[in-house]
Design a protein. Sequence first.
Length: 451
Amino acid sequence: MTTERPDTGNERARNSAPRDSRIHLFETEFGPHLLVADGSRVYGIDADLQRALENTAGSDPQRLSEILAGEGLRESGFADPAPLRDPPVRSLSLAVAQKCNLACTYCYAQEGGFGGPARAMPWEIAEASVRRLLADAAAGERAHLSFLGGEPLTNRALIRNATTLAARLAAERSVPIDFSLTTNGTLLAAEDLAFFEGFRFAVTVSIDGVGRIHDQLRPTKGGAGTYERIVSRVGAILVRPRKTQFSARVSVTPRNLGLRETLDSLIGIGFDSVGFSPVLNSPTRRDQMGPGELGTMLDQMIDCGREFERRVLAGETYPFANLASALREIHRGTHRPYPCGAGAGYFGVSAEGGLYACHRFVDDPKGAMGSLQEGLDRTQQRRWLEIRAVDRQEPCQTCWARYLCGGGCHHEVIHRGRPSCDYIRGWLHYALQTYVRLSALRPDLVQRLAA
């Protein structure tokens, strides 16, 4: 192993290729380190132990177990291999508007309609969703309600009515409830802020770059650009005193790979958090990321990460969401059997009342889970949770990163496979190195990030 940094993202990805499903070795300027996958535990090790592990990883399972046991490193007992069974539903996303005023080139919702005619969710579906979410919630159990589309703000009145109802019912049951909304930002109005502030909203704005680059990816249906309109509307809100967190979500395609410029620009506008996500599955196959582009993206992500390190060590804030989230997960020892709560405690509700594994599966039979009218299909849910568990996925079973990754977005994996495994491992390898550096230099900072 070497502490030198390879020149390209693809080389970094190869450097983090799995040799053993149980451990991953990496180095920093503070010496060699070990990640034990079960429990996502990180240890500093000496050169002798490093050599012993390198000589046995992937080739001598029994000897590797003996070495770990000799060091007092328990191999199992943190990650539960048994699939979840009948978890309570505590989070719903409502497709309140299966329609949109934009024509984004890669949209998983196919311009908001999910492949069907444009339609808006009627009140009776929204009301039934809220009541379903809170029907069996016990006092103290946290619930979450989110609004998506299409563009949800084309159905603003329904959002407000559903939120008001949910807040009232949750208060009656002593159930803490949070709300979120994902929007393209073109319809945001300054007066929306008071509503968001009153109901503990988190708002995510989809924005894919600066100026012309964003306009190419997220035009109106008539082909006009939207960047200036979004910045004008969002900026008018971000300059005001507020508690509501506004995050920017950037979908990364081969056409907007200048991540550092985008990150700095969006932070400058006033977003509280900025995150990047590669487009891996597009219904039209337009603007999907391939291996070469993912290697470039990894380079760019690490460039953003190094600036994050520099800024936070200097006592500044730099809200790069991807790295902040990765550091938090590593510090907590996150070891999740699924990438998210889709099909478990979280479901998407279509405008017509169908229940789906998540908001991306709306009107997709591959993620169908019943309906509000007929109830959750527990048989289908059990089948989903059994086959989608990361320890039952290939090639996840042989990957050291599986409990930090969870196996990848279900929708993307089902519809395209796993083209991003090298990218994910390369990013987590860098995040582990960063975690060690910051823990050594500013342990107080790591504690705050993980809070």
